[in-house]
Ligand binder design. Structure first.
Ligand code: RFL
Ligand code: PHB
Length: 394
C-alpha cells in the first residue's frame, strides 16, 4: 500500500501524530507490535503540562480530559519529616498541570482514530524500516502470517525505547547519551482515595516516595527500591507499610490502603539520541529520549516532538517547504535537553544513592530547605515542573 506518513508505534506519540496529521488532511497508517489491550494495560504517566493539554485539544481529543482530569496548582515536597507546598500557580503567573492518566489519553486517541475510520495495524510482527535515505522509504511487517509493504514519503519512529526505528539508524550517524540510575520505582495503583488532593514528592532517609493519583477515587504511589527487587518481592501489605514509614505523621494517618490493581517496577534512565532525523525517518517520544519519571516530563516531551513533527509535515505538503523538516531535530533537542537536565537534577535531589553516605542526605536536605525558603529557588522548580514555554530562550 501507499501512504504519506508511516507511523511505527501506537503509544501516545504515534496516535497523537496520526490524529494531528488526519486533522490536516495528511494520510497516515499506524503500525503497532502489540494488541490494543496490551498498550492500554501499561500504567505510566499521570501529569500533563499545559503545552500537552493544548496539543491534545488541537488534535480534538481533549473533551474527556477537561471533564475528568484534575487541575493542580501546586505540589508538596516532604523532607526531614515535614511537608512544604510549592505553589506552582502563584510562582508561574497562573500556570497549572493536569492530572490525567496516560492510559486515558491513549484511550481517547484510540477512540478518535476508530471514529474517523483510520487504519491502525495491531499485532504486527517483524516490523522493519527500509530506504529512508531515499525519497521512497518503506515499512514492512507481517500480520497473521502475511507479509505487507507500505511505501511512504516519511517514516515516523514513535516506537518507544525498545523500538526498531532508532535501532535501524546508521551507527556512524547517531550519537547516544545515557545514564542509568542505581535504583528503580515500584509503582502501585489502587482504588482508594488519594492521601492528599495534590502530589507529594518525598525525600526520606529510607528513600524516595511519590503519592500521585488518577482521580478522586484512584491512587498511584511509588517507592524507590533497589534495582534487584522484583514485583513478587513486594506484597501489598509490605508496600503500604514501607510507604507509611516514608510519609509525615499527618499523611500516614490519612493514608487509605487497599488491594493493588497494578504493580510494576520501572528502571530509571536518562537517554538522548542525536540527531532525531535520519534522511526521511524521524524519531519522536521515547524512541529518541528517556527521562527518569521524577520530573513527569516523558509524555510531555513526546507531545512537543509530535507537535513539531506534524507542523513540519503540514508545511511540507501545504507550502512545499523543507524548513520544518530540516529544523525538527535541533528544535526538539533544545527542549529535550532542558527537560533532561531538570529530570536528572530533581531525581538526584530526591533519591538515596547507594554508597553516598549520610552527608549526601544532609546536602539534599539543605538544598530542599533553600529551595522552599527562597522565592527564586521555588520559582525555578515551579517553572520547570509546569513546563518551560515553547519559545523559551528564543
Ligand atoms: P511508548 O508509550 O513506549 O509507545 C511506543 C509504542 O511502540 C510500540 N513498538 C513497536 N511497534 C511496532 N514495531 C516495533 N518494532 C515496535 N517496538 C515498540 C510499543 O509496543 C508501544 O506501543 O512511547 P511514546 O508513545 O513515545 O510515549 C512515551 C511515554 O509513554 C513516556 O514518555 C511516559 O510514560 C513517561 N512517564 C511520564 N511522562 C510524563 O510526561 N509524566 C509522567 O507523570 C510520567 N510518569 C512515565 C511516568 C514513565 C514511567 N515508566 C514506566 C517508565 C511514570 C512511569 C513509572
Ligand atoms: C504518576 O502519576 O504516574 C506520576 C506522577 C508524577 C511523576 C511521575 C509519575 O513525576
Amino acid at each position: 500500500m501507499r501512504t504519506q506518513v508511516a507511523i511505527v508505534g501506537a503509544g501516545p506519540s504515534g496516535l497523537l501524530l496520526g490524529q494531528l496529521l488526519h486533522k490536516a488532511g495528511i494520510d497516515a497508517i499506524v503500525i503497532e507490535r502489540q494488541s490494543p489491550e496490551y498498550v492500554l494495560s501499561r500504567i505510566r504517566a499521570g501529569v500533563l503540562e499545559q503545552v500537552t493539554v493544548d496539543v491534545l485539544d488541537e488534535a480534538g481529543v481533549g473533551a474527556r480530559m477537561h471533564r475528568e482530569g484534575l487541575v493542580h496548582g501546586g505540589f508538596d515536597l516532604l523532607f526531614k519529616g515535614e511537608r512544604h507546598r510549592i505553589d506552582m500557580s502563584r510562582l508561574t503567573g497562573g500556570k497549572n498541570v493536569m492530572v490525567y492518566g496516560q492510559t486515558e489519553v491513549t484511550h481517547d486517541l484510540m477512540d478518535a482514530r476508530a471514529a474517523a475510520g483510520l487504519t491502525t495495524v495491531y499485532e504486527a510482527s517483524n516490523v522493519a524500516v527500509h530506504d529512508f535515505d531515499t525519497d521512497r522509504p518503506r515499512v514492512t511487517y507481517e500480520k497473521d502470517g502475511v507479509k505487507h509493504e507500505v511505501v511512504c514519503d516519511f517514516i515516523a519512529g514513535c516506537d518507544g525505547f525498545h523500538g526498531v526505528c532508532r535501532a535501524s539508524a546508521p551507527r556512524n550517524a547517531i550519537r547516544e547519551y545515557e545514564k542509568i540510575y542505581p535504583f528503580g520505582w515500584l509503582g502501585i495503583l489502587s482504588d482508594t482515595p488519594p492521601v492528599h488532593h495534590e502530589l507529594i514528592y518525598v525525600n526520606s532517609q529510607r528513600g524516595f516516595a511519590l503519592c500521585s493519583q488518577r482521580s478522586t477515587t484512584r491512587s498511584r504511589y511509588y517507592l524507590q527500591v533497589p534495582l534487584t527487587d522484583k514485583v513478587e518481592d513486594w506484597s501489598d501489605e509490605a508496600f503500604w507499610q514501607e510507604l507509611r514509614m516514608r510519609l509525615d505523621p499527618a499523611a500516614r494517618e490519612h493514608l487509605v490502603t487497599g488491594p493493588s490493581i497494578e504493580k510494576s517496577v520501572a528502571p530509571l534512565r536518562s537517554f538522548v539520541t542525536e540527531p532525531l532525523r535520519f534522511g526521511r525517518m524521524f524519531l519522536a517520544g521515547d524512541a529518541g529520549h528517556i527521562v527518569p519519571p521524577t520530573g513527569a516530563k516523558g509524555l510531555n516531551l513526546a507531545a512537543t516532538d509530535v507537535k513539531y513533527l506534524s507542523q513540519a509535515f503540514i508545511e511540507f505538503y501545504a507550502d512545499q517547504t523543507q524548513a520544518g523538516i530540516d529544523s525538527y531535530s535541533e528544535r526538539c533537542l533544545k527542549r529535550i535537553w532542558r527537560a533532561e537536565r531538570f529530570s536528572w537534577w530533581f531525581t538526584s535531589l530526591m533519591h538515596r544513592f547507594p554508597g553516598e553516605g549520610e552527608i549526601a542526605q544532609k546536602f539534599q536536605e539543605a538544598e530542599l530547605d533553600y529551595l522552599i525558603h527562597s522565592e527564586a529557588g521555588s520559582r525555578t522548580i515551579a517553572e520547570n515542573y509546569v513546563g518551560l514555554p515553547l519559545d523559551f530562550g528564543r
